[in-house]
Design a protein around this ligand. Structure first.
Ligand code: PGA
Length: 253
């Protein structure tokens, strides 16, 4: 693997200031395990506080508005997130697609806005159980990604993709390393098609969905897996850094 494995925690709608101690513990552990690149996406309300508390890990957001500013009550723009200390934004997560009816087209505009604001983007994709069972998972994911990925000229340089099958998120079920490898290989093909051989090959593709310290090593040894996007297991430093450690200990790392 050319780049360090990238392990990103998505705290979703969890966390108050009481959890800053976990962020500090994650940061301290990350300083001791530099073979792995670690980042955290806390809720909006904690971005600035986490940014101030940590030295090593990246801090990001879980969504942004596609506009730069203006009359959008309750929304937050990418430049406001950057101002608060966020360096990346997770976009297109299946929970946002479902809870807020987000379309691929809207997600693409958000990605362009985030890149324009100087941030990195983690673009999520993934099929539901019915699509997987009908044998159309790959077709669905590639179509979703093709429509959601940013098209700005230098987009690939600041892009990460996260494959997160919906049926694996928060369920304890995970895809098999074979299925993950197959999907990631197909995603790599699309990235090369869209961004060119060199740039498309550099984009990291994370796996997400019930990643835990116990299964991380297997999942991350699948083809074309450059890291993990972790929900539930990122809420404590012990389990989150357990994942980072398991991954960092692979023989080639
Ligand atoms: P999970 O969530 O690790 O709790 O399954 C993953 C995600 O939604 O990013």
């Amino acid at each position: 693997m050319a780049q360090r494995p990238y392990i990103v925690g998505n705290w979703k709608m969890n966390g108050t200031r009481a959890m800053l101690s976990e962020a500090r513990a994650i940061d301290r552990a990350a300083q001791r395990h530099m073979k792995v690149e670690v980042a955290l996406a806390p809720p909006y309300t904690l971005i600035h506080a986490v940014h101030r508390e940590v030295e090593q890990i990246g801090v990001g957001a879980q969504d942004c508005h596609p506009g730069a500013e203006g009359p959008h009550t309750g929304d937050i723009s990418a430049s406001m997130l950057a101002d608060a200390g966020a360096k990346f934004v997770i976009l297109g997560h299946s929970e946002r697609r479902a809870d807020h009816n987000e379309s691929d087209e809207l997600i693409e505009r958000k990605a362009d806005a985030a890149l324009e604001a100087g941030m990195r983007v983690i673009m999520c994709c993934g099929e539901d159980a019915r699509t997987r069972d009908s044998g159309k998972a790959e077709k669905f994911v590639l179509k979703q990604l093709r429509a959601s990925l940013p098209r700005l000229d230098d987009a690939a340089e600041r892009l990460t993709v996260a494959y997160e099958p919906i049926w694996a998120i928060g369920t304890g079920n995970t895809a098999t390393p074979e299925d993950v490898g197959q999907m990631h290989t197909a995603i790599r093909g699309l990235l090369v098609e869209l961004y060119g051989q060199e740039e498309g090959a550099e984009v990291r593709i994370l796996y997400g969905g019930s990643v835990k310290p116990e299964n991380a090593r297997d999942l991350l040894s699948a083809d074309e897996v450059g890291g993990a996007l972790v929900g539930g297991a990122s809420l404590t430093a012990d389990s989150f850094m357990g994942i980072a450690l398991a991954v960092g200990e692979t023989p080639e790392a």
